[in-house]
Design a protein around this ligand. Structure first.
Ligand SMILES: Cc1cc2nc3c(=O)[nH]c(=O)nc-3n(C[C@H](O)[C@H](O)[C@H](O)COP(=O)(O)OP(=O)(O)OC[C@H]3O[C@@H](n4cnc5c(N)ncnc54)[C@H](O)[C@@H]3O)c2cc1C
Length: 157
């Protein structure tokens, strides 16, 4: 649930109607493959235990016991999926890759905010939809608060 691999989004060309280039860059960090390999070995041992074998006619995915790291890695690369939860292309934070601050304002700009899955600094452990709704609700509260606050001025930036 905590991948170290990082993908990227880039402009395809100067046409604003063009789809962006998106590369999820899955399994590009060696730790991610190692984590999945370790998990695979644990699950494989469970599935091939005598108790489980008594309940299964035959293994399906994969259809045989995988011995070596190379076999397991190849299986993971061929079969692993990402479950549609990409986030963090406009992440909240203060480091050089951060795009928005902790009130979702784009760094250096006064009145542009981002409020969606892209602001998550890293992917949440649960599903992303509820978190997106929370981000939207929180953004609405902050915009309302900032509009009412006398402190809300360009000078703040
Ligand atoms: C197949 C699939 C299954 C999923 N299943 C689950 C699940 O079961 N549970 C879960 O929690 N999460 C699930 N997710 C993930 C979840 O749907 C997303 O993380 C979440 O919707 C992201 O919210 P968002 O607001 O960042 O982006 P989006 O929901 O993609 O919203 C972006 C919005 O911007 C609009 N838009 C785009 N371009 C423009 C433009 N130029 N001008 C104006 N509007 C524009 C789009 O029409 C869209 O309404 C799933 C995702 C997919 C793809």
């Amino acid at each position: 649930m905590g991948p170290k691999s990082r993908g990227w989004v880039a402009l395809h060309d100067s046409n604003p109607e063009s789809d962006p280039k998106i590369d999820l860059n899955l399994l590009s960090h060696p730790d991610d493959l190692k984590t999945l390999r370790n998990a695979f070995r644990v699950v494989q041992e469970i599935l091939h235990s005598d108790r489980m074998k008594a309940m299964m006619k035959r293994p399906l995915y994969p259809d045989r016991y995988l011995e070596t790291d190379e076999e397991i890695d190849a299986y993971i690369r061929a079969e692993a999926n990402h479950a549609y939860h990409p986030v963090g292309t406009c992440k909240m934070g203060t480091d050089e890759m951060a795009v928005v601050d902790n009130r979702l304002r784009v760094h250096g700009l006064a009145n542009i905010r981002v409020a969606d899955a892209s602001i998550m600094p890293s992917v949440v452990n649960g599903n992303t939809n509820a978190t997106c709704i929370m981000i939207g609700e929180k953004a609405a509260d902050m915009i309302r608060h900032d509009n009412m606050s006398s402190k809300n001025s360009i000078a703040e930036y």
